[in-house]
Design a protein. Structure first.
Length: 274
């Protein structure tokens, strides 16, 4: 990553996106996923991002993670410009990418092995994070022997063990049943509190966003921009049945519905004029 220019006077945010635009070439012409997108994220912040399908949420995470580059604009982490992937920023996808031929412990160790951490240290660190996600006793199990929620916790431990500054989470709980998702909300809030990580969490679930986030941003339909920002001051731990949480979720949803309607209208136009 490149150093920030001296004397800019920029605030010491963990992440800063400045006028970021990302345009893709398609058979029907250029498609702008994000346009003039600016955002500052402070260290230790739990930021949730909601928006309609196609608004650029996953593109945003890929750009912050360095898996993609902006067409224009810049992304900074601390005092360094993001020019590519790094172990300081880890993305957790809905498709977890766990290796079925490795045990739970070996899956968690994998990143440390790639960093050539010696066996004693990587075992110690991996077991520490497995304890944090309450998977002690499952070190020798294989992925197919685990429930969906347990697989998610393995993915969390594997991400945390390399001790990144930033966790980027792309709808990690979307495929889970409501009961398991509720338990993982509690787990996620506890891990965030214990580690102080900066988390950017993309979700379609507004109540999930309000339960977990210190701040929720609503993105507009394509091209993606920030439509609204909500600061969530509800005390933690938060319960999905809390009336105050429900009221806040309704406010966020009202903003989101406008953008969902735009997405639906766009889909109809394409169906009528393929």
């Amino acid at each position: 990553m490149s150093e920030i220019p001296a004397g800019t006077g920029w605030p010491k945010n963990k992440l800063r996106l400045q006028n970021v635009t990302r345009t893709f070439a398609t058979p029907h012409g250029p498609l702008t996923a994000l346009e003039d997108f600016s955002l500052e994220i402070q260290g230790g912040e739990f930021l949730c991002v909601v928006g309609p399908s196609g608004c650029g949420k996953s593109t945003l995470l890929n750009l912050i993670g360095g898996l993609d580059r902006p067409t224009s604009g810049e992304i900074w982490k601390d005092s360094q410009r993001v020019d590519g992937p790094g172990t300081d920023r880890i993305i957790i996808f809905q498709e977890l990418g766990l290796f079925p031929w490795l045990t739970v412990l070996e899956n968690v160790e994998f990143g440390l092995r790639m960093q050539r951490v010696n066996k004693t240290e990587r075992r110690e660190r991996s077991r520490h994070y497995l304890r944090m996600v309450h998977l002690t006793g499952f070190e020798s199990s294989y992925v197919h022997q685990l429930s969906g929620g347990m697989k998610q916790r393995v993915a969390l431990a594997r991400s945390l063990v390399t001790e990144p500054d930033v966790l980027l989470m792309d709808e990690p709980f979307a495929a889970l049943d409501a009961q398991t998702r509720d338990l993982l909300h509690e787990e996620m809030a506890r891990l965030w509190s214990a580690t102080g990580k900066t988390i950017v969490f993309v979700t379609h679930n507004v109540r999930e966003a309000v339960r977990l986030g210190g701040r929720v941003i609503v993105m507009s339909f394509r091209p993606g921009r920030i439509k609204s920002t909500f600061t969530i001051t509800l005390p933690r731990p938060r319960n999905l049945e809390d009336p105050q949480l429900t009221l806040m979720a309704r406010e966020v949803l009202a903003q989101l519905k406008e953008e969902i309607n735009k997405a639906v209208e766009e889909e109809f136009r394409h169906e009528e004029n393929p």
